[in-house]
Each structure stands twice: as structure tokens, then as C-alpha cells.
Design a protein around this ligand. Structure first.
Ligand code: PLP
Length: 496
């Protein structure tokens, strides 16, 4: 049966995959979810022999049912090409007995590339399929990595413009440099005087602003979202969990149907939700281990069943996980509420008005596949140093959160199931924090001196993404108050 999508906040109406991709967020503020998560229709043994691109097709054809085979294969071929520095696209590295699924071999050396290299193609294909004449304006709030990956994905894609908002003081210097040096006639980067949640709230408000939508339509524009709430972001992320399992089978690391655990360094809950979808498609995944940094709102949620964002926002060395409202969690809440849109809506309203909600014991019961953990800043630094000392493998701060959480989890639970850790960024993206953890940061070295030093000690070549920005000129320098985000958008689009 062809998969259609509906909103997590209403019982009315369904849309096709291409319509859901175009809209991003549903009009009622809910997130699009498939009516049912489709089961894989090929065996693991078949998948074991497939390339990343072939695996991507097998997964995406089930979710993006209104795309033709040709359209989908075209999108996949344009996304997963030599922008990635390895043919495997998402290689697995076995280090210290654990499998690190390296999701950072794309254009911007972070895992967001996995989805954002294909989203522009899914989106322009969707626009064509639905006879959209307006220019598509991508509006994105970023905690660092999404911004650059989206800019890189959409730069100079005809029929699109992209506007990225980022917290001016909430991203790493290299992340900021990556964004403000972005080329492309259709790219705009705006810093805000606030944190990521402020940026995300501002963007969400604009998506829901009917007056603005009408003004834009009159001027020949319409919004779409590249944030991880877009189903066109989520589904491509399911692929690498299927791929990882199949490759571990192919390598003889897993017996037939032997389960694996997955550990995911989590912020907005998109990546780990994709793993949950993979499990629901039939991939033998046992535990989904949700790893948080000091902003451990998700850890507390899995412990207690209460989601409570009323707490201090902590800036950590893993900024892409510094999030107090994990938007994609809504899709899981909807599912464990028995796909009850009203129930979900009540909880989400409570999150908006009171900053918290509590799920019922029956709902909590359905979270048994998940385990939550968190790592402090000290533990993160220690884990980076430990892995370097034991096997010479240098990981970034986000991956280290997951790695630290994994070791605590397996010690406490005695669960020694084979484990895949989602490795979400190259250490070169967070060089100073990584070098600090390795006690190699003199404090007086520039970011690029540290990059060279990291290359020397790790024996890993400096990625092209970093080389490029060494000397690149700053092309974007706008900074606005959080309250002025809408004004900034109108100015960019020439709407008064
Ligand atoms: C975005 C990001 C995360 C968090 O992923 P979510 O899907 O938002 O949970 C973790 N690590 C890195 C490096 C990221 O860029």
C-alpha cells in the first residue's frame, strides 16, 4: 500500500510524500508522519551486497511512494556522489570493540550532509510534481551544522533561496566561518542575539504566520523547511542504519538476525528517530541509546516520563546538541500515544505554555526500546583522550558524548550486544575542543594552527571542507535581534 503522510496534530487529511516534503511542517503546527512505517521488502542478505546508493533506493522508495523510480534514482545519484570523500559514503570503523558509523564524509564534514545533500533534489522534484510556480525559500535555524550543510546543499540550486539563522555566540568559530564564507547567489546567513531555541522558535513562528505567507505568495515566494522536521531529512537518515546493519552482516560481524544496539548523540532527536524507523522497518536493532550532553532534558525524560525544558541552557563543547526542545521527539510521542493526534496536541500545547509535559505510564511502557544517558564535559574530554591513547582514533566532541554514554551504559546494564555509535562530526569541525581534551591546545595557537597539529598527531589528512575556508572571505555579516528575524526575511526578499 502506498504510504501517505498525516500531521501529528490532526486527524484530518493526508498528503503525499512530495507534498509533505514541500510543506515541511503541517499547517496545524504538527509534523508529518507516515500513516504506517513500511517494512523492508528485500532481505538483509540482498542488502548486504548493495552500495550505499542502492540501499538508499530500497529505503526511500517505500517512504517516497509518489516519486517515480527514475526521479528517486536521479535524486540519489546527484546527492551521494564525489562530494563524499569515500565511496562507502558512511564507512564503519571498528575501534576498541565498537563500530563507529562515520557520517561525516560529506561536503561539510558533519552528519547533516547525509540528508542535506539529497533534500534540495527531493524538494525541487517535489515542486515540479506539484506544479509549484513560486520560488522556494528555505528558512532554517541552526545550532551550527545544519546551517552550513543546508547552505552547501542549496547553493545555486535553481528555483530556491536559502536563509539561515544561527545563534551568534552559540556555534564554534570554524562552524561560523564555514557559514559566513558561503558562496552562492541565493544564500543568506543571519546571526541572532539569542540561542538556538530562540532561532528555532522564530523560524517556527514565521512558518505559522499566515499574513507573511500571503505577502510572500504575492511576491512569488513560498517557505519550505530544511530543518530536521522535514520528512525529506528524516527518511534519508534511515538509510545508513539499514546500510550499517547490512555491512556488519556482510563482514560476518553479526550472525543472521543477531541484533545490534545503536548509540546516537542527540539534540533535535532526528538522527535517533531515524534509527527507530529503521528498527520499525525490520532492522534487528535492540536498544536505541539516546546520548545527551549537559543539556540532558532527554535523559531526564527517559528516566521520569516528564519532558521539562524549564532549566538553564548550557553552552557545551558539543554545541549541535545544545538543545532544550527536541522537535522530532513529537513524532515519537505521537506514536507512543497510539497515533492519537489529540493527545499529542495536548502535550505539545503544554510544552508551549508551561515548558513541560508528562506522558502516561502506558506511553512510558512503549519506550522500553530506548535507554537514555548523558555525559558531562569532563567525561567527554576524558573519552576523547582515552580513545586516542588506546587506539589512536580521534573523535569529535559529539561522538565522544555517545561513546562515553555507551561505556557507562554497558557497564551499568551488563548489556554487551554489538554496538554501532553514530559518529556525527569530524574532529576537524571542533578542533579546539578536541585538542583541549588531548592537552595539545597551548591557548595561543590559532584555529588553523590547531588543525595542522591535529593532522600531525592523528595522521588524518585535513579535510577539503576545512582547507577551503582557511583563506575564504567573509560574505555574510548581518546580525539581528531575535525579535527582528521576520524583518530580516522580508528585507532579503524585498517585501515591505
Ligand atoms: C545535529 C547534530 C547532532 C544531533 O542530531 P539530532 O538529529 O538533532 O538529534 C549531533 N551531532 C552533530 C555533530 C550534529 O551536527
Amino acid at each position: 500500500m502506498e504510504v501517505l503522510y498525516r500531521s501529528t496534530r490532526s486527524t484530518e487529511g493526508t498528503v503525499t510524500a512530495s507534498q509533505a516534503i514541500l510543506k515541511g511542517l503541517a499547517e496545524d503546527g504538527g509534523l508529518f508522519v507516515p500513516q504506517q512505517i513500511p517494512a523492508l521488502d528485500v532481505t538483509m542478505d540482498q542488502l548486504a551486497g548493495m552500495s550505499y546508493q542502492e540501499t538508499a533506493y530500497e529505503v526511500m522508495k517505500l517512504f517516497f511512494a509518489d516519486f517515480t523510480e527514475e526521479e528517486l534514482k536521479n535524486c540519489i545519484a546527484r546527492a551521494y556522489d564525489d562530494k563524499f570523500d569515500t565511496k562507502e559514503i558512511a564507512p564503519l570503523k571498528k575501534e576498541d570493540g565498537v563500530f563507529y558509523l562515520e557520517l561525516f564524509h560529506g561536503a561539510t564534514i558533519a552528519f547533516k550532509d547525509m540528508a542535506l545533500s539529497i533534500l534540495p533534489h527531493l524538494l525541487t522534484t517535489s515542486a515540479k510534481k506539484n506544479h509549484v510556480e513560486n520560488e522556494i525559500v528555505i528558512l532554517t535555524a541552526t545550532s551550527g551544522d545544519t546551517g552550513k550543510a543546508a547552505l552547501a546543499g542549496f547553493a545555486d540550486v535553481p528555483g530556491t533561496r536559502i536563509i539561515v539563522f544561527y545563534p551568534k555566540n552559540g556555534v564554534s568559530p570554524i562552524q561560523e566561518k564555514q557559514m559566513v564564507t558561503q558562496k552562492g547567489k541565493n544564500t543568506y546567513v543571519v546571526g541572532i542575539k539569542g540561542n538556538f531555541d530562540d532561532a528555532q522558535t522564530g523560524v517556527k513562528k514565521m512558518f505559522g504566520d499566515k499574513e507573511l505567507a500571503a505577502e510572500m505568495n504575492q511576491a512569488g515566494f513560498q517557505f519550505s523547511s530544511a530543518n530536521s522536521i522535514n520528512i525529506g531529512r528524516l527518511v534519508p537518515q534511515v538509510v545508513y542504519y539499514v546500510y550499517a546493519y547490512a555491512k556488519l552482516r556482510a563482514a560476518g560481524e553479526l550472525a543472521e538476525n543477531e541484533p545490534m544496539n545503536v548509540v546516537v548523540p542527540t539534540g533535535n532527536f532526528g538522527n535517533i528517530l531515524a534509527a527507530y524507523y529503521a528498527k520499525n522497518m525490520g532492522v534487528p536493532i535492540a536498544k536505541l541509546i539516546c546520548a545527551s550532553n549537559d543539556n540532558k532534558v532527554l535523559y531526564d525524560f527517559f528516566q521520569t516520563g516528564e519532558y521539562n525544558r524549564n532549566r538553564d541552557f548550557i553552552l557545551t563543547t558539543s554545541p549541535s546538541m545544545d538543545i532544550l526542545i527536541s522537535s522530532n521527539l513529537e513524532r515519537l510521542i505521537y506514536k507512543i500515544a497510539g497515533e492519537d493526534a489529540d493527545k499529542n496536541k495536548t502535550l505539545m500545547q503544554s510544552l508551549t505554555t508551561e515548558g513541560k509535559y508528562e506522558i502516561t505510564p502506558e506511553m512510558k511502557e512503549k519506550l522500553k526500546d530506548f535507554a537514555g544517558g548523558f555525559a558531562t564535559e569532563e567525561e567527554v574530554a576524558k573519552e576523547i583522550a582515552r580513545m586516542y591513547e588506546t587506539c589512536g582514533y580521534v573523535m569529535d566532541t559529539h561522538t565522544a558524548v555517545a561513546s562515553s554514554v555507551y561505556h557507562k551504559y554497558s557497564e551499568e546494564s551488563g548489556d554487551h550486544t554489538k554496538t554501532v555509535i553514530a559518529s556525527t562530526a569530524s574532529p576537524y569541525k571542533f578542533t579546539r575542543s578536541v585538542m583541549d581534551a588531548l592537552h595539545k591546545d597551548s591557548g595561543s595557537m590559532t584555529d588553523f594552527e590547531l588543525v595542522d597539529e591535529l593532522s600531525r598527531i592523528s595522521g588524518v589528512k585535513v579535510p577539503a571542507a576545512i582547507e577551503e575556508i582557511r583563506t575564504a572571505p567573509v560574505l555574510h555579516d548581518t546580525v539581528v535581534e531575535t525579535a527582528d528575524m521576520k524583518k530580516a526575511v522580508k528585507k532579503i526578499l524585498g517585501i515591505n
